[in-house]
Design a protein around this ligand. Structure first.
Ligand SMILES: Cc1cc2nc3c(=O)[nH]c(=O)nc-3n(C[C@H](O)[C@H](O)[C@H](O)COP(=O)(O)OP(=O)(O)OC[C@H]3O[C@@H](n4cnc5c(N)ncnc54)[C@H](O)[C@@H]3O)c2cc1C
Length: 351
């Protein structure tokens, strides 16, 4: 395949083309179009985020294997797991994975950012990124050294007070772990309740938080069901994108930049399909090499998740509610009327 530009003078032109309207893409679409001076095209392979379960926090469970909004990847057989393949959900809709994720607001450890800086990534130490976290945030507990208010991303306490979560925290503290009221504060270590990216019991994806306020801007064009096939190059310069939308193969030109925000799996895939990646691999598949970059598509790190199932001696669990027709109906009505109750919970309550 030839990735060099086959753009025609009639192809539409934008200052920026953003490929992928996920966590990163929606933020960039908002920020790059904010001053009104630049035209921005945002391409999203998935549909609009109109599935109602996207907006109900408990809907997380429904979307985990919902192929209309989820790429539903499977890893290759993993040698370290005796050849097991692991299911890898990824969002495929406006908001991307922030529309299907577990809603837990956890920035990560200070030390991890500092290590990135030590490795030579200037600007990525914890002190460097903290002002941006604060600026993004609308923290329901108010502003402090680690938190901001007035930003686009709402961060809220859990609405449900759940006796099992409290028992879990108490047990952990009894066994010697420190209680931590804020996993995004001075340290991540310890046990406590999570905060969530929600507002009034509804999911605040980046589509809601960032694209919502921007989508009526005349300089921002959003195309859904628009699957980028390759970045177009003139020499080493990215000048456009070719994308499939329904039966049509379309092209658009970028005057300034093509931003690849297609997620941890699809970004390297798109780069490789466009000729940026390990040269030998690309040639094997008949792709013309624009840049021989061995690292593209390598060194992915992810966290393992192990599910532990316990029997509870009292009928106080979420399962007791959703498996009981009357209690389930009441929980649905409570959510519809007051945005409270079990439907407001995220993928986890305490950690
Ligand atoms: C099930 C699940 C639970 C999670 N739980 C949590 C949690 O509780 N807390 C937390 O902090 N993080 C959680 N995460 C992780 C977090 O959601 C992701 O790290 C984050 O959303 C990644 O953002 P991104 O912008 O890199 O990619 P994404 O948000 O995945 O966005 C990529 C977008 O690009 C689109 N795209 C891909 N390829 C193309 C193409 N060729 N053309 C056009 N569009 C394309 C995709 O459809 C998608 O919309 C979870 C993730 C998942 C999947």
């Amino acid at each position: 395949m030839n990735a060099t530009s086959s753009l025609a003078p009639t192809d539409p032109e934008f200052d920026y083309i953003i490929v992928g309207a996920g966590s990163a893409g929606c933020v960039l679409a908002n920020r790059l179009s904010a001053n009104g001076k630049h035209s921005v095209l945002l391409l999203e392979a998935g549909p609009k985020d109109s599935n109602i379960w996207i907006h109900v926090p408990l809907g997380y469970g429904k979307l985990f294997k919902e192929k209309s909004v989820n790429w539903m990847y499977q890893t290759e057989p993993e040698p370290e797991l005796k050849g097991r393949q692991v299911f890898q959900p990824r969002g495929k809709t406006l908001g991307g994975s922030s529309s299907i994720n577990g809603l837990l607001y956890v920035r990560g450890q200070h030390e991890d950012y500092d290590r990135w800086r030590q490795l030579g990534n200037t600007g990525w130490g914890y002190d460097d990124v903290l002002p941006y976290f604060k600026r993004a945030e609308n923290q329901s507990r108010g502003a402090d050294q680690y938190h901001g208010t007035g930003g686009p991303l709402p961060v809220s306490n859990m609405i449900v007070t759940d006796p099992l979560s409290k028992a879990f925290i108490d047990a952990a503290v009894e066994s010697g772990l420190p209680y931590n009221p804020d996993f995004n504060g001075a340290t991540q270590e310890g046990v406590g309740l999570f905060q969530t990216t929600t507002r009034n019991g509804r999911r605040a994806s980046t589509s809601v938080a960032y694209l919502g306020p921007a989508k009526s801007r005349s300089n921002l064009k959003i195309e859904t069901s628009a699957h980028a096939q390759r970045i177009l190059f003139e020499g080493r310069r990215a000048v456009g994108v070719e994308y499939r939308q329904g039966a049509a193969l379309r092209r658009a030109r970028a005057r300034r930049e093509v931003v690849v925000s297609s997620g941890a799996y699809n970004s390297p895939q798109l780069l490789q399909l466009s000729g940026v990646g390990p040269g030998d691999l690309l040639r094997k598949h008949g792709i013309e090499v624009v840049l021989d970059a061995a690292g593209v598509g390598h060194d992915l790190q992810d966290h393992m998740q192990v599910r532990i199932v316990m029997r509870c001696s009292q009928k106080i669990t979420l399962n007791d509610t959703i498996n009981h027709p009357l209690r389930r109906t009441m929980a649905g009505a409570r959510y519809a009327l007051f945005r409270k109750g079990w439907l407001t919970i995220a993928a986890g309550t305490a950690g």
